[in-house]
Design a protein around this ligand. Structure first.
Ligand code: SF4
Length: 356
């Protein structure tokens, strides 16, 4: 039965076919629970139909405002409710953002993501952020921001500035969500995602595995992503990094093979989506990352820090890419700089960095 299902899954995706948004929970569950080798084989075959399997997209993430966030996300050291010793800073000056973006471009990043610890931006916050987006675009990179919930008209203002992606994660299943966040609802999140979509900005939306959720929660979380009216163009999948001082500080690490399974399922049910390995990679072995890339992950953040969690150094990633024969995907259309991205090279760590 599992092999038949795997064949069916592969054959549902002709090269020119469009992704489905009508997955049932039973189908996602059946995919998740296939024998590991069947699941990875199906995911990899689908991955090869839509992407060069030896190419990885590289993004860099910068915290443009860190800490003092009024939200209560149980995993996040940026919440004002938890004493984690995190150094906060207000919105970063434009010039510092420009320098960080230039450095990211020199390291091979094709997308520059900027995160601010906000419940949502006030209109007055948007003006300097619009300038940051324009600066990144002028450097020939794609621009992404994560600013929390958006109100009417704000997504349009960001789109007008040239924003390529807006990140807003669902984090987990709707059932598990109230155990993780109480200050905004799942419906709030879906509403922001719809605003982003309606404004014509690409959607970056994923979550975190290992938040104490059940296997069924992981099925439901992936099912929700794959049954949005349109699949997110980018899906970051994090594994929880427990931070002392947060409510999830003692959470046990999620089984690594369960994480790889989730990547494979995501690849099958969202075949054209970029799947990004995000927080948690410092705890992954090279072998586990290799499995994730085989299963369909094709994007990473590089830089020694994500928003607030550690990340492998760019030289470690370059060494891993070399071992695996992976290359960094060049920007589709750079308006400045080189047309070919160099491999990541070691530079100093960015200033403190955070994720929303
Ligand atoms: S994840 Fe984002 S919204 Fe939640 S507390 Fe952290 S910075 Fe605030």
């Amino acid at each position: 039965m599992s092999s038949a299902l795997q064949e069916k899954s592969v054959n549902e995706y002709p090269a020119a076919g469009q992704p489905r948004s009508d997955w049932t929970l039973e189908e996602v569950k059946a995919l998740f629970e296939q024998p590991f080798n069947d699941l990875l084989n199906a995911a990899h075959q689908i991955h090869r139909r839509h992407y060069d399997p030896n190419e990885v997209q590289v993004s860099t993430l910068l915290s443009i405002k860190t800490g003092r966030c009024p939200e209560d996300c149980a995993y996040c050291p940026q919440s004002i409710r938890y004493d984690t010793g995190l150094a906060d800073h207000p919105l970063m000056p434009l010039e510092e953002v420009r320098v960080a973006a230039e450095r990211a471009r020199a390291q091979g990043a094709t997308r520059f993501c900027m995160g601010a610890s906000l419940r949502g931006p006030k209109d007055r916050d948007l003006e300097p952020i619009v300038e940051m987006i324009k600066t990144v675009k002028d450097l020939g990179m794609e621009a992404c921001v994560t600013l929390g919930m958006l109100r009417e008209g704000q997504a349009e203002a960001l789109a007008e500035a040239g924003l390529d992606y807006y990140n807003h994660n669902l984090d987990t299943s709707e059932a598990h969500y109230p155990s993780i966040i109480t200050t905004r609802t799942y419906a709030d999140r879906l509403e922001t995602l719809q605003r982003v979509r309606d404004a014509g900005v690409k959607v970056c939306c994923g979550g975190i595995l290992g938040l104490g959720e059940t296997h069924q929660d992981r099925i439901e979380f992936l099912h929700t992503l794959a049954t949005l009216p349109a699949h997110p163009e980018s899906v970051p999948i994090n594994r929880l990094v427990p931070i002392p001082g947060t409510p999830l500080q003692d959470e046990a690490a999620l089984d690594t093979l369960e994480f790889v399974r989730a990547i494979a399922v995501a690849r099958i049910i969202m075949p054209k989506t970029e799947l990004r390995l995000s927080a948690g990679r410092t705890d992954f072995s090279d072998e586990m990352q290799a499995l994730c890339f085989f299963a369909g992950a094709n994007s990473i953040f590089y830089g020694d820090k994500l928003l607030t969690t550690d990340n492998p150094g760019a030289n470690e990633d370059a060494a891993l890419f070399e071992r695996l024969g992976l290359s960094v995907r060049a920007a589709a259309a750079r308006t400045a700089g080189t047309t070919e991205a160099p491999p990541p090279t070691r530079t100093e760590a960015p200033a403190d960095a955070p994720v929303s």
